[in-house]
Design a protein around this ligand. Structure first.
Ligand SMILES: [Mg+2]
Length: 253
């Protein structure tokens, strides 16, 4: 039976140097900025975890990274990849899966007026209250997928305020079709048609037809990863991750 691992990358398999635990001295650079400087690092434990998975399973990166950012991860991925929060699925040759792409063209077109409206709502709030934040619609493969907002100049309180006063109310009013993802660095609003979960379910179905029974494992750190992890036979999250702290941590002494 084949084993498939759907693996989130950032803050699951590696993280920026600031987020590396200092007690774990050995750090291995694995992801780079466009200028070539090392940006994200594996700890010794993360590297051992990667080696364990890589030796025993087919690894499918399941990430919010776009194609450019995925290509700046220096790990030997040999199989399919889910990128852009599930907006794009790449086959092992690195080509976008045609069926999925056509499906996402429709999803992207349907969401576009709402994303433009939301961006305007956010930009108005930023201007009115002089907030240190920047919003944009994230595109890849010429498709607009979702809105992301980041804070500037270390002013995370401005992002919190923007979330509370402008983004959250908009998402609540559009809750049937949109959801909010929040982590320490940014917030995103995604159409419900675009998700890692949909992409994972599509690949599991496709591979089951091809290979029969599969063992599937979902691994991620964010609460928003929970849905795709729940589509797998087993779910793994790093201790002290956002997802761990929202779930298993309540069960420990
Ligand atoms: Mg992550």
């Amino acid at each position: 039976m084949k084993t498939l691992v759907f693996l989130d990358l950032d803050n699951t398999l590696f993280q920026t140097r600031q987020k590396c635990p200092t007690k774990d001295a050995l750090q291995f650079p694995v992801a780079y900025l466009r200028d070539g400087s090392a940006h994200s690092f594996m700890t010794a434990k993360q590297r051992q975890f990667w080696q364990l998975l890589n030796a025993n399973a087919t690894i499918i990166p399941t990430t919010a990274r776009d194609l450019d950012a995925l290509q700046r991860v220096q790990l030997p991925f040999h199989s399919w990849s889910i990128i852009d929060h599930g907006g794009v699925i790449l086959n092992p040759a690195g080509i976008a899966d045609v069926y999925w792409h056509d499906h996402m063209v429709a999803a992207s077109q349907a969401a576009q007026p709402d994303l433009i409206e939301l961006l305007a709502v956010i930009n108005t709030e930023i201007a009115q209250h002089n907030l240190a934040a920047r919003a944009q619609i994230v595109e890849d493969f010429n498709l607009p997928f979702y809105v992301v907002v980041k804070y500037l100049n270390g002013k995370i309180a401005d992002l919190d305020r923007l979330q509370q006063d402008a983004v959250q109310p908009w998402v609540i009013a559009h809750a049937t079709n949109y959801q909010l993802h929040r982590n320490a660095n940014n917030l995103s609003v995604l159409p419900r048609t675009i998700s890692k979960e949909h992409a994972v379910r599509y690949l599991i179905k496709r591979f089951s037809n091809e290979w029969g029974d599969l063992l599937t494992i979902g691994i991620g750190d964010s609460v928003s990863d929970g849905a795709f992890m729940a589509a797998c036979d087993y779910a793994i999250t790093p201790s002290d991750s956002q997802l761990f702290n929202a779930t298993l941590n309540h069960l420990s002494l």
